[in-house]
Design a protein. Structure first.
Length: 279
């Protein structure tokens, strides 16, 4: 319970408030839908609840199913926002201890059992001192994936949603002008690029990811109905804005440069003091 309370304190009140408000609106949207969506299992009941909420939100805009998908996607993103904040905080803490972890790997280059055990013991001590949980960044992904899959299936399996029209789109068909696939790819690139730019140390895979993901999303969005492409566009746009505010690489770089400058200034002062002492 104490650990859970500490996690809530780290996340902060605003993301939690936004998540609660989003959940209330989702519930209201689901209750405002007068129809019935069949469900045969616990998982199908979750998907049915999502479908009802989307249809209820669509009714607020004159049964405009495109607007319903947009509103519900934004609400879901706000609902999982506390998890994303916690994940980003955990990732940034891990980045801070990376140089120390590399130093430990150099200290124990051997592959024997004793060296591995010593390195693991020092790693655990390092994580404890820095207040880092190496698995913390995985928990939000595990929790949010069922939510996003349920949202995906609620759109994909609903003939009503896919029969609607939105702007130039027939939501059950592919985008004839490839505008949504292009936008989905662009927003995926923007989000991935911002995230990687905030990472101080990058390997070849990390550098390649901002270019690989958009290609995958582009061809996927071409192959699926426009309703799903619209969901990807809105979700990836939200992700880009979220990444900019929570993981702003320009702000992080300035902070690192200031810290590095302070460290250099301190070293110069120490050297100058030593020279003065020798004289």
């Amino acid at each position: 319970m104490k650990r859970f309370t500490n996690i809530l304190k780290k996340i902060g009140p605003l993301p939690l408030i936004l998540a609660v408000v989003a959940l209330i609106i989702i519930i209201i949207a689901g209750m405002s839908f007068s129809g019935h969506v069949a469900s045969h299992s616990l998982w199908s009941a979750v998907v049915a609840a999502f479908t009802s909420a989307i249809l209820g939100a669509s009714a607020w805009f004159g049964n405009n199913y495109g607007m319903g998908i947009i509103v519900f996607t934004i609400l879901i993103r706000f609902l999982i926002l506390p998890l994303m904040v916690y994940q980003i905080q955990s990732m940034m803490k891990m980045q801070i201890v990376q140089p120390a972890l590399k130093a430990l790997q150099s200290k124990y280059p051997g592959k024997d059992t004793e060296s591995r055990q010593l390195m693991m013991a020092e790693q655990q001590a390092l994580y404890k001192d820095a207040g880092v949980n190496p698995f913390a960044s995985m928990l939000p992904l595990i929790v949010q994936m069922p939510v996003l899959i349920a949202l995906y299936q609620s759109i994909y399996n609903s003939q009503v949603l896919r029969s609607g029209k939105f702007l130039w789109l027939q939501l059950g068909n592919n985008d004839p002008y490839y505008i949504l696939p292009i936008l989905a790819a662009l927003f995926t690139f923007a989000s991935s690029w911002l995230s990687t730019q905030a990472t101080p140390e990058q390997n070849g895979l990390t550098k390649a990811m901002p270019y690989i993901f958009p290609v995958v999303i582009f061809f996927s969005a071409i192959a699926v109905p426009s309703a799903l492409s619209l969901y990807w566009v809105v979700g990836n746009l939200f992700q880009t804005i979220q990444t900019f505010f929570l993981q702003n690489p320009f702000k992080i770089r300035r902070q690192r440069e200031l810290e590095a400058q302070k460290e250099r200034d301190l070293k110069r002062k120490i050297k100058k003091a030593k020279r003065s002492t020798k004289r």
